[in-house]
Write a protein that binds this ligand. Sequence first.
Ligand SMILES: C[S@@+](CC[C@H](N)C(=O)[O-])C[C@H]1O[C@@H](n2cnc3c(N)ncnc32)[C@H](O)[C@@H]1O
Ligand SMILES: O=c1cc(-c2ccc(O)cc2)oc2c(O)c(O)ccc12
Length: 273
Amino acid sequence: MYNKILRTMASKGLLQTEELYKYILESSVFPREPEPLKELRDVTANHPRKLMATALDAGQIITMLLQLVNAKKTIEIGVFTGYSLLLTALSIPEDGKITAIDIDRDAYEIGLPIIKKAGVEHKINFVESEALPVLDQLLTDHENEGSYDYAFVDADKVNYWNYHERLLKLLKVGGIVVYDNTLWGGSVAKNENETPEFYRPGRHLTIEFNKQIAADSRVQISLAPFGDGITICKRIISRAFSLSSSGDGGLGASGGYSILLWSLDNRKGAMSP
Ligand SMILES: C[S@@+](CC[C@H](N)C(=O)[O-])C[C@H]1O[C@@H](n2cnc3c(N)ncnc32)[C@H](O)[C@@H]1O
Ligand SMILES: O=c1cc(-c2ccc(O)cc2)oc2c(O)c(O)ccc12
């Protein structure tokens, strides 16, 4: 069942017909896909979980985002064999840096020869670890606070909000974080009983995360149906902490204090880091 779902996602993404997704890939993605990314997909083709790789149409818009924000200092959580990591490395300048975090070094080493061949390995600091302690470690150096231009999160969905709280301290005001799989195969728009058993935990986690992000006044957001759904968040105010545990960003009905803080933040705008 699980592989059937992945195959479906790979064949039509979130669109309702395979033909339409195939049209997008064949007309606009494949012709423009850099050769190293094609090679990395080839070396990933035999991996049993190959369909976990970031979707190509999502990769194309992410590349554009990286270049639009002139990203130079970045973070990636969830590397796998390195498709999104390589597209990031190809998109940032020669002196750009990526802190790439994954618990699975073996998968990364499948894509590493292609990364080396592309001449971008020097931009990557691969950290074999659970992601949370690495983010906490980065935050022990105050120089890192508000210094990152971009982050990509494509890992354990249970920790997305934990990653978000830390990344908002690490990102500069105006910095971007992209979360992958935020439509979870379309299941977020279906009833639980319409969702295959295996998919239900991810569905619930994703629905909760989407609610929290939508209520977070610290970011501007766009939930876009590229790949399996990506949520593009731009840090817009200097306050990095969440105003309430529910992550409602102070826009919830509770507490005039939260709203006062929010309005003060927005009056200041993005003046201070
Ligand atoms: C969907 S794959 C990443 C796909 C990748 N972005 C690409 O383009 O191919 C998810 C990855 O997250 C990693 N992962 C899962 N939980 C993690 C955690 N707590 N910390 C770090 N990495 C984790 C897995 O090992 C896996 O490689
Ligand atoms: O089917 C998946 C599963 C994941 C996944 C599950 C659990 C984790 O701890 C990390 C990742 O991620 C996926 C993904 O990112 C994707 O683009 C397609 C499918 C899946």
